[in-house]
Write a new protein. Sequence first.
Length: 151
Amino acid sequence: MTENKRKFEWVDKWAKMTGERARIDAKANKTAIVYNTKHGWVKEYYDGTIESMDNEKNRGEKMREKERINRIMSLIQRIWEQQPDMRFNQLISNLQSIYSSRNEGYGQRMMIEKGPFGDEAESSYLDFFYLEDDQWEAFLQRIVDDRRKDN
């Protein structure tokens, strides 16, 4: 039994390193990690806050509400109709940029681009993969409300 323990000891080290790497990524991307403890599932946020996931909402047993799709699309349509010459992806890109600038650079990722002659240049892009729909919807609603006040 001790032979098996020594033989597979690397798995424990690898798992620990993977968890540490996930924490680093969560901090860099302002997201969270989810893992199981002896007390149940928890969600650990990039700022170190830990939330128990032992309730129906956090365990993901319920699907996201379907109605949000129509609400979000309706908001995007209203914003787009005010700028009909803008291409769809241009509109989304501009909205993401505004969201990021109003939320401490949310989603901004830095990268190095290599040119055709091996030259390197710093660049950045926006990654909104982890942004929850309710946050995006609230942002879009504020855009619509602000434009309504201006008119």
